[in-house]
Design a protein around this ligand. Structure first.
Ligand code: PLP
Length: 450
């Protein structure tokens, strides 16, 4: 039986990342089931989810093989931990598989329940390593303005967003370098090449200012996701990579969104030649069917951890549910579907059409920039295209557009002045067309009213 949601009823569910005052007026969308790339709410209304849930439901919402795998593993062995030298069998296989599909020829994998926990754990590993090496002052973590790395105390400090000021964050020792978004931050007359060179120069200046011997690591998303789908400026990673090497600062690729095919390659690191020392994975690792995060350490970093653990005996860290057998089994299946079951091939097949729609919309008078790669994209709304001036914030055009799209049966996400799209990897050409048709008619309706 479905119970219609009563908008006036007070709900005991506390929503995160939600405008609670507006929610009180409109009520939540209570979702009950899914079919392919569509989800359905308690009223029976269907929505095409052009965001793959939260970037992660890349195989859709009812994939039979993923569900079968979860059921089978649950029957066989539904729970265990990975402390004190024990480990559930599927976790061993998944660690092997992740190194096999990683850019590393060897390495080790550590499992968590989320992307935040994986980034947070990586920070602790770097701190532990540096203390054991007699360099306890090497503690500072550098990320970038507009980056998103999670919500724990450390990872919110890493995230380059103003809202973390509400918590009195970032903590000391968390620094934010420039955001390499050429369209937004390029200066008048500055070429993209010059902009990239300036980004690299500024990073080296920051390293000098702080002291290279105080910096533990540099974390970067290949494409900034929650910052509004911001691909790096041309040549960015090639320009900063030698600088990080010069000062012995590890580069950690936060692949929580890009990993497992979103950019059209297995890793965003491949797309942008990042050559990372470690990879943070989550979201698509289980196609969203189970909470899981992972740290993939390259061979040399894994060796360092082993060396240190000989002096302090153990890595005193772990999550009770980390390396969960059901999560690991479903991750093995998801990775197989992505690599061998046609999902990554399909991303490559439909991405040109997705990006052609974006390129077409780039000509719209109220779209300042339409950017994207693979199956991730964003449309940034402006009042004046040439001056790149945003629409007045109080008009809340991106929120209204997302709400109008929702009414029309399309789920998209407003992010600042942008609308973000990240369709599931199973999307067909006609699904991509449907997304843009619904989005454009919604955009016309909203713009006609403001
Ligand atoms: C979502 C996200 C995280 C945080 O993952 P959670 O599972 O929500 O903790 C970290 N980094 C990036 C790039 C993300 O997109």
């Amino acid at each position: 039986m479905t119970i219609p949601f009563n908008n006036t009823a007070s709900s005991r569910f506390l929503h995160g990342f939600t405008d609670l005052a507006t929610l009180e007026k409109n009520g939540p969308v209570v979702v009950t089931q899914g079919e392919g790339i569509y989800v359905q709410d308690t009223t029976g209304k269907r929505y095409l989810d052009a965001n793959s849930g939260l970037w992660n439901a890349v195989a859709g919402f009812d994939h039979p093989e993923l569900i079968e795998t979860m059921v089978a593993q649950t029957r066989k062995f539904p729970t265990y931990h990975a402390f004190f030298g024990r480990v559930p069998e599927p976790a061993v296989a998944l660690a092997d598989k992740l190194i096999e599909v990683s850019p590393f020829d060897r390495g080790k994998v550590y499992f968590t329940n989320s992307g935040s926990e994986a980034n947070d754990t990586m920070v602790k590993m770097l701190w532990m390593l540096n203390r054991a090496r007699g360099k306890p002052e090497r503690r500072k973590i550098v990320t970038r303005v507009n980056s998103y790395h999670g919500v724990t105390v450390a990872t919110a400090s890493m995230t380059g967003k103003a809202y973390n000021g509400h918590f009195g964050l970032p903590l000391p020792d968390f620094l934010h370098a420039d955001c390499p978004h050429y369209w937004r931050y390029g200066e008048a007359g500055e070429s993209e090449g010059d902009f990239t060179a300036r980004m690299a120069r500024n990073l080296e200046d920051l390293i000098h200012r702080e002291g290279p011997d105080t910096i533990a690591g540099f974390f970067a998303e290949p494409v900034m996701g929650a910052g509004g789908v911001i691909p790096p400026s041309k040549g960015y990673f090639e320009a900063i990579r030698p600088i990080l090497r010069k000062y012995d600062i590890p580069l950690i690729a936060d692949e929580v969104i890009c990993g497992f095919g979103r950019t059209g390659e297995m890793w965003g690191s491949d797309t942008y030649r990042m050559e990372p020392d470690a990879i943070i994975a989550s979201k698509c690792i289980t196609a969203g069917y189970f909470p899981m995060g992972a740290i993939l350490l390259s061979g040399p970093l894994a060796d360092d951890i082993m060396d240190v653990s000989r002096t302090i005996e153990e890595f005193p860290h772990g999550f009770t549910a980390g390396a969960h057998p059901v999560g690991c089994a479903v991750a093995l299946k998801a990775i197989d579907l992505i690599r061998n079951g046609g999902l990554l091939d399909n991303v490559r097949r439909v991405a040109p059409q997705f990006n052609a729609h974006l390129a077409r919309l780039a000509k719209h008078p109220n779209i300042g920039e339409a950017r994207g790669i693979g199956l991730m994209g964003a449309l940034e709304l402006v009042a004046d295209k040439a001056l790149k001036t945003p629409l007045p914030a109080d008009l809340q055009v991106s929120e209204r557009l997302a709400n109008e799209a929702l009414r029309n049966g399309l789920i998209v996400r407003p992010l600042g002045a942008s609308i973000v799209l990240a369709p599931p990897f199973i999307s067909r050409n006609e699904d991509i067309d449907a997304i843009f048709q619904l989005l454009e008619s919604s955009l016309d309706n909203v713009l006609a009213k403001v």
